[in-house]
Design a protein around this ligand. Structure first.
Ligand SMILES: Nc1ncnc2c1ncn2[C@@H]1O[C@H](COP(=O)(O)OP(=O)(O)OP(=O)(O)O)[C@@H](O)[C@H]1O
Ligand SMILES: [Mg+2]
Length: 232
């Protein structure tokens, strides 16, 4: 049995605001293996984004364990956790979070410029050009993000998430800002990436898009309500 990319055990998250406690996640158990395509769905407020943030080392659990490629995250310093996040995890969000002052090319190159290992300009160009090609946006390299449609901007965000060759893509409502045609296109792009080996965990409240995943996890009130998987 290979080591899962992500393993969460009895994970809980409580938010304290003013005098109120919100039990956002309550005793979640989940494993994600290399090459999987998982969707996490459920109604607004059920804890989807909270779970994704914790799995992406953007936030920490109140209780329970998170292992990333077998490493117990609770044993790491903040710097070590940040290094894993930058190197091993690609994020895609509803807001594309592109930098308008930079070209499309420079937006995609940015994670490599932050990477701990040194990458020279030639290597950066090879990787950026490859990722632009993967999402079908090679002709847009010199544009600014504001000169692109929403669907095209999300493609650039996908390329940026891929460029450092992460172990997993964590995706939160990728189509939330898009019309239905662009949404379908983005979901097809993600599916194609998984078919080529990229491990995907996609949060969505769209039932049809959740169904595209090979394993589906349903959350309700911070708990796993059920799972279904395709045999593949
Ligand atoms: N930073 C925070 N401080 C306090 N409460 C929070 C915080 N983040 C999330 N919550 C609460 O935790 C619960 C889960 O929120 P979360 O954002 O994970 O839901 P979600 O399933 O992603 O919802 P949506 O589909 O609307 O995006 C909600 O009750 C929310 O109000
Ligand atoms: Mg959310």
């Amino acid at each position: 049995m290979t080591i899962p990319i992500i393993k969460v055990q009895q994970l809980s998250k409580v938010f304290a605001t003013n005098d109120m406690l919100t039990h956002a996640l309550q005793g979640i158990d989940l494993e994600i293996q290399q090459g999987e395509y998982i969707s996490i769905s459920g109604p607004s407020g059920c804890g989807k984004s909270t779970l994704l943030s914790i799995m992406g080392l953007l936030d920490f659990p109140t209780k329970g364990k998170l292992y990333f490629e077998g490493v117990d995250i609770s044993q790491l310093s903040l710097d070590q956790a940040t290094a894993i996040r930058n190197k091993k995890i690609g994020f895609i969000f509803q807001q594309f979070n592109l930098i308008d002052d930079l070209s499309v090319y420079e937006n995609i190159a940015l994670p490599l410029r932050y990477a701990t290992h040194l990458v020279n300009d030639k290597q950066i160009k090879e990787k950026v050009d490859y990722c632009l090609d993967v999402v079908g946006m090679s002709s847009k390299a010199k544009r600014r993000p504001t000169q692109l449609s929403g669907g095209q901007q999300q493609c650039i965000a996908i390329a940026r998430a891929l460029v450092a060759e992460p172990s997993i893509l964590l995706v939160d409502e990728p189509t939330g800002n898009l019309d239905s045609k662009s949404s379908d296109q983005i979901m097809k792009t993600l599916e194609a990436l998984n078919n080529q080996g990229t491990t995907l965990c996609v949060v969505t409240h769209d039932i049809d898009y959740a169904e595209m995943a090979k394993r589906k996890i349903y959350l309700l009130d911070g708990q796993v309500l059920g799972q279904t998987s395709l045999d593949y």
